[in-house]
Write a protein that binds this ligand. Sequence first.
Ligand SMILES: Cc1cc2nc3c(=O)[nH]c(=O)nc-3n(C[C@H](O)[C@H](O)[C@H](O)COP(=O)(O)O)c2cc1C
Length: 377
Amino acid sequence: MAAVLEIADLKKLARRRVPKMFFDYADSGSWSEGTYRANESDFQKIKFRQRVAVDMTNRSLATQMVGQDVAMPVAIAPTGLTGMQHADGEILAAQACEEAGVPFTLSTMSVCSIEAVAAATSKPFWFQLYVMKDKDFAGRLIDRAKAAGCSALVLTLDLQILGQRHKDLRNGLSTPPKFTPHHIWQMATRPRWCLGMLGTSNRSFGNIVGHAKGVKDLRSLSSWTAEQFDPKLSWEDVAWIKERWGGKLILKGILDAEDAVMSLQTGADAIIVSNHGGRQLDGAISSIEALPEIVAAVGDKVEIHMDGGIRSGQDVLKAVALGAKGTYIGRPFLYGLGAMGKAGVTKTLDIIRSELDVTMALCGKRDIRQVDSTILR
Ligand SMILES: Cc1cc2nc3c(=O)[nH]c(=O)nc-3n(C[C@H](O)[C@H](O)[C@H](O)COP(=O)(O)O)c2cc1C
């Protein structure tokens, strides 16, 4: 196996090991994928100032996100269907995060359930909530996350209706799932993936099947999902969710300064500047471009996180320099997982940690908490 030195190496490996329809599900944005690409390429436009003859010993990446200690300002973003990149994907990624000292966020649309991830880990993880029309079900999800000891709730606001992803439609991943000879061929050519899947019972949407009324299998689930996301979601909904949850609340999917100002009224602990990894509004600006104006608008009143396009520790450092107290990675960890399971997620975090550490030093800083925009040109 060729050396794995950067996230792009893990992506190459994942492409070889994960059935095409699931690899494509991760590696896609909506419509033209312009915003998906801009999320990555806009990081390249930001330049560091190289500093020399500065003491670079005793460096620290440790900091806090929503008052919780983290080994570095990087969390795992919630991603649906993670257990289809690799058998038991959510459990393996949560375990890798626990060992690395960074937060793992479990998606509502995960394959392994909240309870399954809690049973396989010993430190609290975070739970991401999609608001459904069935408020009773959403409320029960919140209660289940509480019972599992989750230490933050990430409420996603940018997916009331779904942006169209061409690759998913072309692959037939859209609802209802079809298992044609073509799909069976895609899976049969990935024997390692198949073996993993045969060895686990986690093969459906674990948070939903058997928990939501009338959903017993994947087929009824597909129509349920299409009908269930709530297009009427409003700021008032955030209030009842905050109350029912009662713990740390993070609002995900803010890309506009006006919405950032609106979000202040909710009393949320943090907001995530995000465009859902370029999977929703194609033509929206990249997250890293949006970050400075949101920091300028509300940065002194609420903790600001960001995600979208981070592919290296250098990218994390740029986001932190522009005012993000924390960042999240989506595809980088999915590529690691698809490439090498739990060891691949650990590798993803190791790569990003070491890039972040050395780059911070070369910018003349020893403590991530001291990094600000003065490290940028
Ligand atoms: C395959 C995939 C599935 C996703 N599923 C969810 C989800 O269930 N809930 C959510 O809030 N965001 C979801 N997202 C968005 C991520 O949380 C995050 O915003 C995005 O991946 C960050 O961009 P990056 O992949 O470039 O790091 C998903 C992203 C991907 C790539």
